[in-house]
Design a protein. Structure first.
Length: 99
């Protein structure tokens, strides 16, 4: 959902309707991902983001699954990354990562 919010903040498109009850899921492209509302496969995305001084930066971002069953998808993406933004659901309290 983090990447979906970044897309909505950086793109002005008519598909963004504030009256919709569902957010667009740009990185959950598979039908099973959309039904379960989780990421199963890693999806890359490039965005141009501006800072407070209107300087533009290109970010290559990967949405990776976080569940331990899809650990191989996440570790493959981490090998390519320069940095990581880790977003966890504190309510579930599932922390099985050891590396």
């Amino acid at each position: 959902m983090f990447m979906d919010m970044l897309v909505e903040q950086t793109h002005h498109m008519s598909t963004f309707d504030s009256n919709r009850d569902k957010h667009m899921r740009y990185t959950d492209t598979r039908i099973d991902e959309q039904e379960k509302r989780i990421s199963i496969k890693t999806v890359p995305m490039s965005l141009v983001l501006k800072d407070s001084k209107c300087k533009s930066y290109s970010f290559n971002i990967m949405d990776t699954p976080g569940h331990v069953n899809f650990f191989d998808e996440m570790t493959a993406a981490l090998r390519l990354a320069d940095g990581v933004v880790l977003i966890m659901d504190a309510a579930k309290q599932e922390t099985n990562l050891k590396n």
